[in-house]
Design a protein around this ligand. Structure first.
Ligand code: NAG
Length: 473
């Protein structure tokens, strides 16, 4: 009994831990206002498709008698949405309110009375004081992409004024009575479905969220939402998985994201927080893929280097090498033996990597003769940057610690190799890693989104990108 409770507790605890997002994206009020601009433009386009049906009927008018009438070919000539507002509804989504909207319509009228008299002309209608309010719910779909739906749409038309061209004035009174009501009804019925269509029309765009962003031939990043958005009075936050995976072979690393929360800033439209977990999941994937290793040969050492990668140079520090392997080139195999780990401290990103350096003499027949294996502990600092929709980095060596793992050339003091190894790391290994890091890693993004003036800061346990955005449609 006690055991089963413990198991339940463990299960609950581990799922709770697992639900921390690796990446959080915050939309601020400024971002919401930009979204409103785009949304209102789309809605205005959509409202142009309102269709007013033809009216026809007959009416008894004294002293003339029965008047047959028809109003046809009523079409929208103009629609304006001069005043609109959006705000957040905590826990639900976004409220959109539109006031003082107007529409202008034009149509034709035709009457027949006293059996033989026919008359016709045109008319204009101006619809004023149109109000629309709706709440747009934001949720996560099954694939972890944001999805919106329209709830509680209410549309109201305050007045419709009709102006007739041609015909007798008594006709105007006849039409005005019901045309006002009929138009208002027709419009009120059509506006909310059109608002609905506009809102639903956002979903294909939202579905372009790169829930699985390809990085290279080894890795992809999962950016699916881990929960419904967290909506407060001041922001809408998307919690994303933010985890690197081996392409096609998703395997969880032996660590989980720590909880972190964003500072309460709202100068930018968007804030993206990428946790140390996200970066470390990359280290896990690449280490697992066995690609965090590199053969260093003499041709990779710059001409200007104070030494060559040969047994002459190393023979100066370890005479046994010069004696046993005279006049040979050398090769170093540098590789990690554990996942490199990145830590984010305010204004400081540090990568700790441990590994080994195996040195070989290259025999004239090509055979590699092992000379020694060194254990290597390095600490490098990382400058992170945003370029386009990618985040990249640049490493510089801080510290390096060596110890002898195995020697095939007798005992030696590792201190003598310190400067040579440091130079190899600085001039060969780190520049090669930097070429990779410079290519960058895709950030979470929607369709044709561009970042405008992004700023990156390192915070405790995450890096924060504050940015404005622009969509090119
Ligand atoms: C290559 O040369 C080394 C040193 O002369 C020798 O020990 C080794 O057997 C040679 N290997 C082959 C495959 O010929």
């Amino acid at each position: 009994m006690a055991l089963s409770w413990l198991l339940v507790l463990l299960a609950v605890t581990s799922t709770t831990l697992g639900t921390n997002p690796g990446v959080t994206v915050r939309l601020t009020n400024k971002g919401l206002q930009y979204g409103k601009q785009l949304g209102i433009a789309a809605l205005q386009e959509k409202l142009k498709s309102v269709q007013i049906p033809d009216f026809s009927g007959s009416q008894r008018v004294s002293p003339i008698g029965k008047v047959k009438y028809s109003l046809t070919n009523i079409r929208l000539v103009n629609v304006g949405l001069p005043r609109s507002a959006v705000d957040l509804v905590p826990g639900t989504g976004v409220r959109l309110t539109i006031g003082e909207a107007f529409m202008n319509l034009h149509g034709n009228w035709r009457v027949k009375y006293l059996r033989i008299i026919k008359d016709s002309g045109s008319f204009d209608v101006s619809v004023n004081g149109l109000t629309i309010s709706t709440v747009i719910a934001v949720k996560s779909d099954a694939a972890g992409r944001p999805v919106v739906s329209n709830t509680n749409c209410v549309a109201n038309v305050a007045s419709a004024k009709v102006k007739f061209h041609g015909g007798a004035s008594w006709l105007y009174n006849l039409f005005s009575k019901f045309i006002n009501k009929a138009l208002r009804n027709a419009l009120q019925k059509q506006i909310c479905p059109l608002v609905d269509k506009t809102v639903i029309g956002l979903n294909p765009k939202l579905q372009t969220l790169n829930v699985l962003a390809k990085v290279d031939k080894y890795a992809e990043i999962e950016y699916s939402m881990t929960s419904s958005p967290v909506i407060s009075q001041s922001s809408l936050e998307l919690n994303l998985k933010g985890e690197f995976y081996n392409i096609g072979k998703h395997q969880e690393p032996p660590f989980t994201p720590a909880a972190f929360s964003l500072p309460s800033e709202n100068n930018n439209m968007l804030y993206m927080a990428l946790s140390a977990f996200t970066a470390n999941s990359a280290g896990f994937v690449y280490n697992k893929a066995g690609i965090l290793s590199l053969y260093v040969t003499d041709d990779m050492v710059p001409k200007a280097s104070p030494f060559r990668l040969d047994t002459k140079t190393f023979g100066v520090f370890i005479p046994q090498i010069a004696k046993q392997f005279p006049g040979l080139k050398m090769k170093l195999l540098v590789r990690t033996d554990k996942n490199p780990t990145i830590t984010f401290q305010p204004n400081k990103a540090t990568v700790e990597a441990t590994g080994t350096v195996t040195a070989y003499a290259i025999q004239t027949n090509g055979t590699l003769s092992p000379l020694f294996v060194l254990n290597l502990e390095t600490s490098v600092s990382a400058d992170m940057f945003v370029r386009g929709l990618n985040v990249g980095g640049r490493l510089t060596l801080n510290q390096m610690k060596l110890s002898v793992g195995t020697s095939y050339v007798g005992e030696f003091s590792v201190g003598v190799l310190d400067s040579v190894l440091r130079t190899v790391l600085k001039l060969v290994v780190i520049p090669i890693v930097n070429v990779q890091l410079d290519k960058g890693y895709p950030l979470p993004a929607l369709g044709k989104m561009n970042l405008v003036n992004p700023q990156l800061r390192i915070m405790k346990d995450y890096m924060l990108i504050g940015t404005d955005v622009q969509f090119t449609s």
